[in-house]
Every structure is written in structure tokens, then in C-alpha cells.
Design a protein around this ligand. Structure first.
Ligand SMILES: *[C@@H]1O[C@H](CO)[C@@H](O)[C@H](O)[C@H]1NC(C)=O
Ligand SMILES: *[C@@H]1O[C@H](CO)[C@@H](O)[C@H](O)[C@H]1NC(C)=O
Ligand SMILES: *[C@@H]1O[C@H](CO)[C@@H](O)[C@H](O)[C@H]1NC(C)=O
Ligand SMILES: [Ca+2]
Ligand SMILES: [Ca+2]
Length: 478
């Protein structure tokens, strides 16, 4: 997060919470959003006392999809007119069933086979999508460009937001006390600690902090309201910073480079883009104007805890890439990455699998990701519990949808099952690359974006339309 964003603390705070895809955090984000924007019956929606164990608020209904039926959005969605859209309907590949193999004709002289790895999320594997030479060349280009740390170390600025909020300790306590038993259990506290912080907190760290701060004098492992009130709002974060944070304690520990793929880019990057268009069968103009290629290097000990590549969509959500055309300022912003295509650029000697903790799970509830002291998102500890793990094999492409279809040929709700992470690399380095295809769930905004950017390509629009500028925020955030 760049310092300038902390100027506008409240919206920064909300944005941060949308990025941190923890169930309770999402609920709180929405509760606070409603609370602060003063829409509707805010007293009831945000009042801590009215938050029962199974909150039947629209926010809660949207943040979790356990039944598979479409929950009611917080407020009516904008009307869509797909049939009028020059972009047409989005093609979505069929998975058929796990293990199903389909033939692809991506190259004139080579046949590829694509295997369905899971239905939730809809996830495919294409071996030898890239040749060994192509993988090596991409790594080479990333090295020439120069790799940067994927995540900056936590800073003091990140904690101002919560301080400036006009919200009492009781209110915070009540929002966190999800099961409303008057005590903060471990997973409720873990949620608090994930507020916008780049440090990954484990139950062991929490125990250490309790001891260090004498936060739990009765030693029952729970924080009562009285115990909670004794703590400074930022006591935990302050404690952590004073004790220093190692790279292995961050949400991700890797380096990356962004490689521009548009006209004039290196032939291999153009080739890759064209192959991705063939693979995904999405409109070429959308793929062409999506994010540049991200090349990521994990060294031994590197990891990335499980996360979603793109956040949930509410009526108020806007996408980074269409912000300039949508002309709305929303506190809820996300990257709107409809599809992720992940390429393994080398075969990793040890570890480094891509884990999908809840792939094809019968049900999904974000709250069940932390059971007792086991956090399923922790890819340093709990990869072996993931429902699906893919071993990195050079040249293989993985490809999945981060959103469901809306049933009318456009982007629908977030697919929460797309949760994934990189397991810790135990031997050697791991090189991957990511192509994200950015599509606004609001078709009209995507159409406007395409029109504006094609003007830029024809030299009629100002330079702010350069792809690098459009996705600049994303490069900082993610
Ligand atoms: C954005 O909105 C403002 C006021 O709501 C309007 O004056 C302006 O023309 C709009 N810009 C675009 C590009 O639609
Ligand atoms: C996975 O599915 C099982 C069976 O329905 C359920 O008990 C469990 O809570 C699910 N896991 C998550 C994280 O929702
Ligand atoms: C969690 O802890 C409770 C009580 O300590 C125990 O009964 C339960 O089996 C544990 N669940 C798991 C998934 O380990
Ligand atoms: Ca509780
Ligand atoms: Ca206690």
C-alpha cells in the first residue's frame, strides 16, 4: 500500500478489508460501509447488539455461498444489456467432470490436451503449454527487467486507519465476536489481526503476543471484553513490529517483475498472449488489454498463503482497470480478474505446489477455514490438508475462473472455491508467470473501457490510457 492512500483513511480501510478475504472481515467491511454511508436502516445493520451468531444481514448472505443459490445483493445491481454489447457473450470452457481430457488446437504443429482438475473452481491443466525454450526466455526477460520484492514490509502508516475511526472498543469487540458468546476465540482474534496487515499471524504468534502483553491474565486463551478493553487498538501490531517481522512471516515471500505484452513487446510475449486468447476463447480485445505478464520467483523458503486473486462483487464494487471510465468513486475496489492463467516456468525440486484448499469441497464457509488452531490458508503449515495440490512441472499451464458466470454470458459472482496459494519451496527456486484477464462485471463499463483504450491505441487519447498506468495501482497492491 502506498502512503498516499492513508490520507483517506476510511476508504483505505474499507479497501484493505476487501482485499483481505476473510469471512468476518468481509461482513464487517460491509457493515461499516453501510454504517458510514448512512444508507437504509443503518442502526439495525451496523448495531453490534443486533449481530446474531448467524447474521441474516444481506452482507452476510452475500459474503458466503454455502447453498449454491444466488444470495440477494446488498443493493440492486446495475442493469446489464448483454445483447447490445459489442463484446458479445463470454465463452466459458466446459469442465464436464474431474479428470475429463479435451484436445486443444493451439499451435499448427502440436496437439495439446487439457485436463479438468476441479469443477469448483472450474480449473484446468494443460501440460507443455510452453516449451522449455519459451520458459527459459521468459525467465531471462524477467531478470533483464529486474525483480522486486512482491510485498513490502509492514509500516506504521498502515495502522492509522483503525485509530482514526470513530468506533468504540465495545463496537469492535462485538463485530469480532462472531458467535456472540462475549469472548474472543482464537479465530476471531486472527481476523482482527489480518486487518490490512501484510504480516501473516498464526495461532502461535497470538499466544506469544498474549504472553508478551499479558493480554489474557486469566490464561483461558480467550479475550473477554474486559481484557480486550485493556488493550490499545493497535497493541498487537505494535508488539509485532517491535519484535521484528521476518520475510517468512509475511503473507507472501517472493519477488516479481511485470512484462508488457502489447504491440512491440518481445515476440515470445506476443506469442504467449495469442496462445492465451486461443486457450480461453475470450474476446481478443479484452485479453490484449488486460494486465501485463507477472513473472514470480520464489526462492527456497518462499511461499504465498492462500488467497483469492480478485475480490467479491457487490453493487458498489468498482474495478481498478475501468475506474477511469466508470466515473464512480467507490470504497470497494478490486482487480476484477475473471481468469487466472498460471504458467510453471521450471520444475521445482522440492515443494512449491499450488494448493487449492477447498477445491470441489462439498460446501464452503470462510469461517471453517480456521478450525481450532489449523488455518487451512497457511501454505507453510497446512498444504497437506488442501483438497487439491498441483506440482510445478515446467511448461504446464493452469487455468481457472475466479468468478462464476452470471447466466447471461457475462461475469457473475466471485467463485470462493478459487482460493489458492503457493506451498513453501523446500528445495531450489520456483519460477512461475501469471496472466490475468480483467473484465468488469458491469458490461457497460467494460465496453466503455474498450472504446477508450482503442482510442489510445490509435493515438487519440491521453497517455493515462497506457496499460502500465491503468494497472499501476494493481502493481502496488498485489
Ligand atoms: C463524471 O461525472 C461528472 C459529474 O458527475 C461529470 O461532470 C463528468 O462529465 C463525468 N465524466 C465522464 C467521463 O463521464
Ligand atoms: C468442506 O466441506 C465439508 C463437508 O461439507 C465441511 O464440513 C467443511 O466445513 C468444508 N470446508 C470449508 C472450509 O468450508
Ligand atoms: C477441535 O477441538 C475440539 C475441542 O478441543 C475437538 O473436539 C475437535 O475434534 C477439534 N476439531 C478438529 C477438526 O480438530
Ligand atoms: Ca466469540
Ligand atoms: Ca481470558
Amino acid at each position: 500500500m502506498s502512503p498516499k492512500e492513508s490520507v483517506c483513511s476510511r476508504s483505505y480501510f474499507l479497501v484493505v478489508m476487501v482485499f483481505v478475504h476473510v469471512y468476518i472481515v468481509n461482513v464487517i467491511a460491509l457493515l461499516l460501509y453501510v454504517y458510514y454511508t448512512g444508507e437504509g436502516d443503518t442502526g439495525t445493520a451496523a448495531g453490534p447488539a443486533s449481530a446474531p451468531p448467524h447474521r441474516a444481514t444481506p452482507a452476510a448472505a452475500t459474503a458466503t455461498t454455502t447453498t449454491g443459490t444466488a444470495p440477494a445483493p446488498p443493493s440492486p445491481s446495475l442493469p446489464k444489456h448483454h445483447n447490445l454489447s459489442p463484446l458479445g457473450r463470454l465463452q466459458r470452457l466446459e469442465g464436464i467432470k474431474v479428470g475429463h481430457v479435451q484436445r486443444l488446437d493451439l499451435l499448427p504443429n502440436k496437439v495439446h490436451y487439457m485436463k479438468t482438475l476441479s469443477m469448483k473452481p472450474l480449473l484446468f491443466e494443460v501440460p507443455s503449454f510452453l516449451s522449455e525454450e519459451e520458459c527459459k526466455l521468459i525467465i531471462h526477460l524477467a531478470k533483464l527487467k529486474g525483480l522486486q520484492e512482491s510485498q513490502i514490509m509492514p509500516s506504521d502508516l498502515q495502522h492509522e486507519a483503525i485509530d482514526e475511526m470513530d468506533i468504540s472498543k465495545e463496537e469492535i469487540f462485538n463485530l469480532l465476536d462472531y458467535n456472540q458468546d462475549g469472548q474472543l476465540q482464537m479465530k476471531e482474534v486472527l481476523t482482527l489481526l489480518r486487518f490490512g496487515d501484510s504480516t501473516w499471524i498464526t495461532p502461535e504468534t497470538v499466544q506469544e503476543i498474549y504472553t508478551g502483553l499479558k493480554a489474557d491474565p486469566d490464561g483461558n486463551g480467550l479475550l473477554s471484553l474486559e481484557e480486550f478493553k485493556q488493550l490499545n487498538t493497535n497493541a498487537f501490531q505494535t508488539y509485532l513490529r517491535q519484535h521484528g517481522v521476518e520475510k517468512s512471516e509475511l503473507v507472501r515471500n517472493s519477488k516479481n517483475a511485470w512484462l508488457y505484452q502489447g504491440e512491440g513487446a518481445h515476440q515470445i510475449l506476443r506469442t504467449l498472449r495469442h496462445r492465451v486468447i486461443k486457450l480461453t476463447r475470450l474476446p481478443p480485445e479484452i485479453v490484449e488489454h488486460s494486465e501485463p505478464l507477472q513473472v514470480v520467483k520464489y526462492e527456497q523458503g518462499g511461499h504465498y498463503h492462500a488467497h483469492h486473486d480478485s475480490g467479491p462483487i457487490y453493487a458498489e464494487t468498482s474495478c481498478f482497470h475501468t475506474k477511469l471510465v466508470s466515473n464512480v468513486s467507490s470504497a470497494l475496489e478490486t482487480s476484477c480478474r475473471y481468469v487466472t492463467v498460471l504458467f510453471y516456468l521450471n520444475t521445482v525440486s522440492g515443494g512449491g505446489e499450488t494448493a487449492f484448499p477447498v477445491a470441489d469441497n462439498r460446501t464452503y464457509d470462510e469461517l471453517f477455514l480456521i478450525q481450532n488452531d489449523t488455518d487451512l490458508r497457511d501454505t507453510r503449515k497446512n498444504c497437506d490438508r488442501a483438497n487439491l495440490r498441483v506440482k510445478p512441472v515446467q511448461g504446464t499451464a493452469l487455468f481457472w475462473y475466479n468468478y462464476l458466470s452470471d447466466g447471461e454470458g457475462w461475469v457473475g459472482e466471485q467463485d470462493e472455491y478459487s482460493l489458492h496459494g503457493g506451498c513453501v519451496v523446500t528445495q531450489g527456486n520456483k519460477w512461475i508467470a501469471n496472466n490475468w484477464i480483467n473484465i468488469d462485471p458491469d458490461v457497460q463499463r467494460q465496453v466503455k473501457f474498450q472504446q477508450a483504450i482503442s482510442k489510445y491505441t490509435n493515438g487519440e487519447a491521453p497517455a493515462k490510457w497506457a496499460i502500465d498506468n491503468i494497472y499501476q495501482d494493481l502493481h502496488v497492491e498485489l
